[in-house]
Design a protein around this ligand. Sequence first.
Ligand code: 6PG
Length: 468
Amino acid sequence: MQKAKFAMVGLGVMGQNLALNVANKGYPVAVYNRTEEKTREFLAGPAKGKAITGAYSYPELAEMLEQPRRIMMMVKAGPAVDAVIADIKPHLDPGDILIDGGNSLYEDTERRTAELEAEGLLFIGTGISGGEEGALNGPSIMPGGSREGWEALQGILTAAAAKAWDGEPCVDYMGPGGAGHYVKMVHNGIEYAIMQLIAEVYDVLSRGLGMGADELGDLFGAWNEGDLASYLMEITADIFKKQDEDTGRPLVDLILDEAKQKGTGKWTSQNAFDLGAATHTINAAVTSRIISGMKEQRLAASDLINGPQPNFSGDRETLISAAQEALYASVIIAYAQGFDLMQIASGEYHYALDMKKIAKIWRAGCIIRADLLEDIMRAFDRDQALANLLLDEHFREAVVPRQGALRYLLTHAMGMGIPVLSLSSALAYFDAFRSARLPANLTQAQRDYFGAHTYRRVDKEGSFHTDW
Ligand code: 6PG
């Protein structure tokens, strides 16, 4: 029997779809799942007639594979990954390649890389973005870890990855150790930020202007034709248009307003704090999900605490057009924060991340794919070491003229009592970044006052303490 060139361990939807994707590209795949039933169902269902064979034990799986073996794990991030590694390892040979395709924490990937490489195995931790549909038809793939492992996988991953408009595959080697999962984590941080920015604009337009879902669907659809063109805008327009089958009402209006999270956005913020990176808008998105989860408290508080009634009395069209411009400017600012974080991490962790390459492989397949990524790619082409996207000429020219729209939108949203933490954090980041002087002089004085922490002066060198 012909040996399989690739294996998938874990047949959740992502694992199934990726296995199908790889098989559809002409690579025979062997699959394994902890519960046999799932393997049988997959083989008799979606995998029927494809070059996919099932294994019911790890020795059997190892036997089915061409060497070096290429085995991808698609299991829940955390202890499940370690459990699979421990079980499968005794059946592998030096040079075999284990790939973790889940949303693992990059620090876990660092640890696993070191442990497995010490035993002669090659380990790849890879971010895979694009959801179920992407997994089947072409995700954006962000592999990191063993370069030798990447070279042995490049053909398969390139075939499986999404292709951008110019035919370029959305996969490339990100860097050593946990670099692939790190980049995916920041992708998700940016994803959280953009989703929250969109949600806040929706809130202003629906509560402030009374726009209904259908009208919003048209509006977001139209915006998706312009600068804001992106997957998240496209699906938002679709969502607004979806009607509930039972009630005939817009489905979005019937969905409970409690946002869940699996942790990647939170990890991005936590890591940004550790590295000293300012990721205002990502942090705001994480904390906005948290307060959305406090539904019971919010319900109780809404009866007790008064505020203005959202009711916009100005010119509707002006507010709508400001919302569009404001959203575009804030999305750029969110990307600026994410790329800034990756620049800092790249130095700190010696990942040598290539920002242009990252923008390039995010152009298709992933959740944050957007026309804007083409501009980001060009910005890093102009200056590989660009410290902040806002310093690039193109983005300066995009954001500076739109700041008025963002200020206008925020003034009215805040006046109406609509929470706009992410939008306002984007503006605060922009204003802080362009401020030669911030009030941190006072903070330093206070620290010195109560704790003798000392301060530096603007007019002479040295470290000073005052007996206040
Ligand atoms: C992707 C998504 C994917 C997943 C997120 C959702 O890039 O394909 O980001 O990884 O949908 O993990 O994250 P939350 O559950 O935290 O929103």
